[in-house]
Design a protein around this ligand. Structure first.
Ligand code: GTP
Ligand code: MG
Length: 606
């Protein structure tokens, strides 16, 4: 088989924050992508608003950069475990991986996940120990840990003979020898070119491409991205699209390749190229594009099963449509969620309990929160329920997902951690000292992770590092208590007054400030006690002829606790919902009328 020696197709994979996107920046810079004096944003590939705000990669993205005679076609993948599905399918487009490992943190749960997937596909690996400039870098130890991980995952001998580079992605340097400081990324590029095989040249065969990513471009519309598996395709050619429930012909209106984040026209797409095609509208990940006269079929792209679900429903609260929402109906919601399902194989959308309800299944709270936030920004209004774990029946037994959790904390916070995990059915597997810090490994039901990260960050003042990864299904481990406190609930429609807030703030923590529009059934705070409390938050001070002493008027209000979308999702219980609108996030009881609301058993006596 002839080879496309001018190409190397690789995915950059790692645990979250180990520096993938930063390394891609440096590859661009040194590949002559920018003028010398051009000001370029950091983490250029993290182009989505939520990626920039959260500082993480959410969607895998394809790009390319040319070094001499070779073009590297690179997929920058997300490292957060909720987006593992992105990595899994990206690996189907490439012939090798560049595995980044933080020189101080070493291999973490997602390192294991991505490496396991790559080894299963027999992909060759280049290892880069990154962030060698960190003062706490421990390169030799981390290299040993990487070898251990390969062995533990059952790597074959030829897979273990990987080249090792030591990199500083921020500076854009790589070296094979720690005693010889790197000056640029050439050693890394050389290792990639010699380790990752060139793609086969099947240009003589009929055209085929499997859809791996779907994006949208303001100028050319929907773009489907994939590696050309065989053949050649010209712009303007008619193709055949084949997928589940779809089989039709379409005309290609453009063939592109990404350089950096710039889209460039190609005359044609040839076997081995990773390209973006315009002109195909109805399409889902895994669909096969071929020619009408020689249709090709390929196995579907399967990824790991979802573990977490959230019920979405229309916003039926009294303020619906008054907070900037444009898309309010269940038809809008259904169409939008279906579209999300087409573009993302790791989520599934199912019908919910009622006609206006949908269940969105995914890999974790963050993945689902990102989808909800995206909808909100697009002008949707909706209500969402608390995340629940997905269970399944096996041999008459109910099973739930179990995760491996790695926590890295300063030693003095061990007490706080143990307290948090005690009630969550975590089982300690391993514990290791690393200087002033402790690294602990647990097995914990996925349910036990709900809300954990937020509480852990508060308890350790942001110094903890906690990551988890689905491990296996296990028999239902029994109840896990969520929030113990009750809610403070508005008992009527109106506007919250300073007077009422002043008199209620000692009862718990309030989520709203004076002047906030409320309605009966809206949750306005967390009760200090376990029971729910219905209150009149709109009460005005009785007007009298006699003015009270000046002091009395200047009530001092404690600032409210701002409930973000993610905090709200962690906080709500089964009988509560988050109302999501473009302008406001509100919490509410599912049943708004107090007299029709089932009273929760008094957990104080439970
Ligand atoms: N000191 C140091 N910091 C680095 C280096 N490489 C990356 N960083 C920093 O590490 C942080 C995370 O970098 P990213 O490139 O976003 O990491 P990532 O692997 O793409 O993260 P995800 O895509 O969210 O998994 C950023 O603040 C970078 O500036 C390095 O070599 N040295
Ligand atoms: Mg990234």
């Amino acid at each position: 088989m002839p080879l496309r020696n001018d190409l190397r197709n690789l995915a950059i994979v790692a645990h979250v924050d180990h520096g993938k996107t930063t390394l891609v920046d440096a590859l661009f810079r040194q590949g002559g992508m920018f003028r010398d004096n051009q000001v370029v944003a950091e983490r250029l590939m993290d182009s989505l608003d939520q990626e920039r705000e959260r500082g993480i990669t959410i969607l895998a993205k394809t790009t390319s950069v040319t070094y001499g005679a070779v073009t590297l076609q690179i997929v920058d993948t997300p490292g957060h475990s909720d987006f593992g599905g992105e990595v899994e399918r990206s690996l189907r487009m490439v012939d090798g991986i560049l595995l980044l490992v933080d020189a101080a943190e070493g291999p973490l749960p997602q390192t294991r996940f991505v490496l396991r997937k790559a080894l299963e596909l027999h992909l060759p690996v280049v290892v880069a120990i990154n962030k060698i400039d960190r003062s706490d870098a421990r390169c030799e130890e981390v290299v040993d840990e990487v070898y251990d991980l390969f062995i533990e995952l059952g790597a074959q001998d030829h897979q273990i003979e990987f080249p090792i580079l030591y990199t500083n992605a921020r500076e854009g340097t790589a070296t094979t020898d720690l005693n010889v400081p790197g000056t640029d990324l050439r050693p890394l590029v050389a290792a990639v070119v010699s380790t990752v095989p060139a793609p086969n040249d099947r240009s003589a065969e009929p055209f085929s491409l499997q859809v791996n990513q779907i994006t949208y471009d303001d100028y050319v519309g929907r773009l489907v991205i994939g590696a050309v598996l065989s053949g050649t395709l010209q712009s303007n050619q008619i193709v055949h699209v084949e997928g589940v429930g779809r089989s039709y012909d379409a005309r290609i209106t453009g063939v592109f390749r990404f350089y950096g984040v710039m889209r460039k026209n190609l005359d044609k797409a040839v076997s081995g190229d990773i390209v973006a095609l315009a002109g195909i509208d109805q399409v889902a990940i895994g669909d096969v594009i071929s020619l009408p006269e020689s249709p090709v079929s390929l196995p579907t792209i399967d990824v790991d099963e979802p573990t977490v679900a959230i019920a979405f429903c229309v916003n039926d609260g009294p303020l619906a449509g008054r907070s900037g929402g444009v898309y309010l109906t269940s038809r809008h919601l259904r169409e939008r969620l279906m579209r999300e399902g087409y573009a993302n194989v790791s989520i599934r959308v199912e019908a919910g309990e009622g006609p206006d309800q949908f269940r969105v299944l995914g890999r974790g709270e963050l993945q689902l929160a990102v989808i909800i936030e995206t909808l909100r920004r697009e002008g949707f209004e909706l209500c969402v329920r608390n995340p629940e774990v997905i269970t399944r029946q096996r041999e008459g037994k109910r099973e739930e997902p179990l995760e491996r959790l790695v926590v890295d904390i300063p030693i003095q916070h061990l007490g706080a951690l143990s307290e948090l995990l005690g009630s969550r059915r975590a089982q300690l597997l391993d514990q290791r000292h690393e200087g002033e810090r402790l690294r602990l490994e647990y097995r914990i039901p996925t349910r036990g992770l709900f809300g954990l990260r937020g509480q852990l960050m508060t308890a350790t003042r942001g110094t903890a590092l906690a990551t988890s990864l689905f491990e296996k299904w296990t028999e239902w481990t029994g109840p896990i208590l969520r929030r113990v406190n009750g809610a403070i609930i508005a008992d009527r429609t109106g506007v919250a007054t300073p007077y009422a807030i002043f008199h209620l703030q000692s009862r718990g923590v309030l989520f709203i400030g004076a002047g906030t529009q409320v309605y009966e059934g809206m949750i306005i705070g967390e009760n200090a006690r376990r029971t729910d409390l219905n209150v009149n938050i709109c009460k005005e001070k009785k007007l009298t002829n006699i003015r009270a002493a000046g002091k009395d008027e200047n009530v001092i209000l404690t600032p409210p606790r701002i409930m973000t979308l993610e905090k709200s999702l962690e906080w709500i219980k089964d009988d509560e919902m988050v109302e999501v609108t473009p302008q406001a996030i509100r919490l509410r009881k599912r049943v708004l009328a107090a007299n029709r609301r089932p009273v929760r058993p008094n957990e104080d006596n439970a």
